[in-house]
Design a protein around this ligand. Structure first.
Ligand code: ADP
Ligand code: TRP
Length: 344
């Protein structure tokens, strides 16, 4: 990726492999919210080509809450297959599994030695877990440290994240600044958050689509199941002939995510004119979604059933990621006084 001064900026995205354990043929672990709210905007950024992009699956972060080894592994493969099917290009970006580059733990320990426990105690996620349970594992407490190591290990300049991850990024920045203050400017790259402007995708009940609300529509549900879910969406109940509102209506809001501006405008006109019912609108929404998702669904199913190929992609990515990681670790070890003296 070039010398440190001339290199292109690095963008890094971590994806936590959590899912709702839905079988691949039933639609896999991700839902429409993950696609329109996370995958599509992240891939648009990679396509813009302004950065060298790294994407990794944060399986060690998932281990803070996942106790079933089969589910954890399944989720890693499933998330990888989802992202690759949606267009993540392992040739133009580096795609890897967090646990395949163990250098991250060395950096994590070094960071643990310069961070005050109070800073971790103020973590939103930790405080939230504490408020729900008496015993919170140390993994949850240390989650932001591992995340800072994920970021800094790869010389990341920008980290696209949702607003909920902002505090984690601030800690990563603080750590990087502190490292450079203690051990010399240029020891590590100070990362910057890039708060992504992604739409909030509503679920069945109008609230944010989320596994925790049980209001999701699986991204790769088979066409019949997808149509059934769309037909179940809440809509207001004016007679067919009556003019209908568009903005703020669940069906219309979802349609806007898949349709072109002109198509969305056309649906709005039909709704406003009357004589066009929500059944019609749902059918159009289903057709638009199915047309867009069908080719991706086919690719997902093909990839998902070939774990050897997924593993090959992840290993090739890890190999490239490790080159950057090793250079950072060597620099940091030399700076903090770990290992042999240079020249010895
Ligand atoms: P869930 O809420 O179902 O548990 P996750 O927390 O696993 O979803 O979300 C993974 C990513 O997808 C996050 O970046 C999150 O911001 C995004 N995301 C999830 N649901 C939505 C939604 N309904 N609208 C927009 N983005 C979403
Ligand atoms: N904590 C992030 C999430 O829950 C996932 C993540 C782990 C991450 N390490 C990261 C995101 C590094 C960005 C950079 O979504």
């Amino acid at each position: 990726m070039g010398g440190r001064d001339t290199r292109r900026k690095i963008s890094l995205t971590g994806i936590k492999p959590t899912g709702s354990a839905v079988a691949p043929e039933q639609g896999g672990t991700l839902h429409l919210g993950s696609y329109f709210g996370a995958i599509r905007p992240a891939l648009a950024m990679a396509a813009a080509g302004q950065h060298d992009s790294l994407y990794f699956i944060a399986d060690y972060h998932a281990l803070t809450t996942q106790r079933d080894p089969t589910v954890l592994r399944d989720n890693v493969y499933d998330v990888a297959a989802n992202w690759l099917a949606c267009g993540l290009d392992p040739e133009r970006t580096i795609v890897y599994r967090q646990s395949d580059v163990i250098e991250v733990f060395e950096l994590c320990w070094i960071f643990a030695c310069i961070v005050a426990t109070g800073q971790l105690e103020r973590g939103h996620a930790y405080k939230d877990a504490r408020s729900r349970s008496e015993s919170v594992n140390a993994g949850i407490f240390n989650y932001p440290l591992l995340m800072a190591a994920d970021i800094i290990l790869y010389d990341s300049d920008v980290v696209p994240i949702g607003a909920d991850q902002k505090q984690h990024l601030e800690l990563a920045r603080d750590i990087a600044i502190r490292m450079n203050h203690l051990y010399g400017e240029g020891t590590v790259v100070v990362p910057e958050a890039l708060i992504t402007e992604a739409p909030v995708v509503p679920g069945h009940d109008g609230r944010k689509m989320s596994k925790s609300y049980g209001n999701t529509i699986q991204l790769f549900a088979p066409p019949k199941a997808l149509r059934k879910e769309i037909m179940k969406l809440k809509s207001e109940s004016t007679p067919l002939e009556a003019p209908k509102p568009s903005e703020g209506q669940l069906v219309y809001e979802l349609y806007k995510l898949v349709a072109s501006e002109a198509e969305a405008e056309a649906m709005a006109q039909k709704l406003h004119a009357g004589g066009y019912g929500w059944g019609h609108a749902k059918q159009e929404l289903f057709e638009a979604l199915d047309a867009q998702l069908s080719p991706l669904r086919a690719r997902y199913l093909e990839l998902r059933t070939d774990e050897t190929e997924l593993e090959r992609i992840l290993q090739a990515g890890a190999e490239r990621a490790r080159v950057i990681a090793r250079a950072t670790i060597e620099r940091v070890r030399a700076a903090v006084g770990i290992g042999l003296r240079s020249g010895v």
